[in-house]
Ligand binder design. Structure first.
Ligand code: XMP
Ligand code: MG
Length: 193
């Protein structure tokens, strides 16, 4: 009470009256990212660095924290895709905006995703990358929504299971805003309803 950061968690970042609540704090995220990094590294070999494919833009904060917490070497690639749909749901029709810079034949790939909602984007991406003949593909997703269980995508590593609410921050946007928040927050309903 009386603490502006608690009353309005967006205020100190310039988003006054826009964020309803903090769902995952910076501390929550830091601890989970470390845990994921250790778990993924344990399944990989120091001598054959996995190639991490970061899905832009949402996963960028996660990727940068994740690789710095990994106790083994990794290599990085970036891919940008867009899935047509409304601002808060995806349609599964995916288009590549930026492709990988190199051949992934024979490489162990780890797709680094921010959030799996309907799972449509990810299942498309898995098929697309699989067709390029990598040695293996695993997925690490920081967040997962309840809908994701309906789609048959094998996500080996998941950070947090979320309620079915639209979340922003730590890379996640609504209309390109809020990516810069250091926590994952609940967007105020008045911002998109
Ligand atoms: P699908 O439904 O294909 O969606 O699994 C994955 C992509 O949709 C975006 N997405 C969100 N973005 N808050 C966001 O900021 C959310 O709650 C949310 N749910 C889905 C995101 O770009 C993700 O990669
Ligand atoms: Mg988005």
């Amino acid at each position: 009470p009386g603490d502006p950061a608690l009353d309005d968690p967006g205020a100190e970042y310039g988003y006054r009256d826009e964020i309803a609540a903090v769902l995952l704090s910076e501390q929550d995220l830091r601890a989970k990212v470390r845990e994921l990094a250790v778990a993924v590294a344990a399944d990989h070999d120091v001598d054959t660095p996995p190639l991490l494919v970061c899905v832009l833009k949402g996963a960028v904060m996660f990727l940068t924290d994740f690789v710095r917490a990994m106790p083994i070497p990794t290599e990085l690639e970036f891919m940008a895709v867009t899935s047509y749909g409304s601002a808060t749901t995806s349609s599964g029709v995916v288009r590549i905006l930026k492709d990988l810079d190199r051949d992934i034949t024979g490489r162990r790939i780890i797709i680094v995703e921010d959030i799996i909602d309907s799972g449509l984007t990810l299942s498309w991406l898995l098929k697309n990358l699989a067709s390029r003949n990598p040695a293996a593909i695993d997925v690490v997703a920081l967040l997962r929504k309840p809908e994701a269980v309906k789609v048959d995508v094998d996500v080996r590593y998941v950070g947090f299971d979320l309620p079915n609410e639209f979340v922003v921050g730590y890379g996640l946007d609504y209309a390109e805003r809020y990516r810069d928040l250091p926590y994952v927050g609940l967007l105020g309903e008045h911002m998109y309803r």
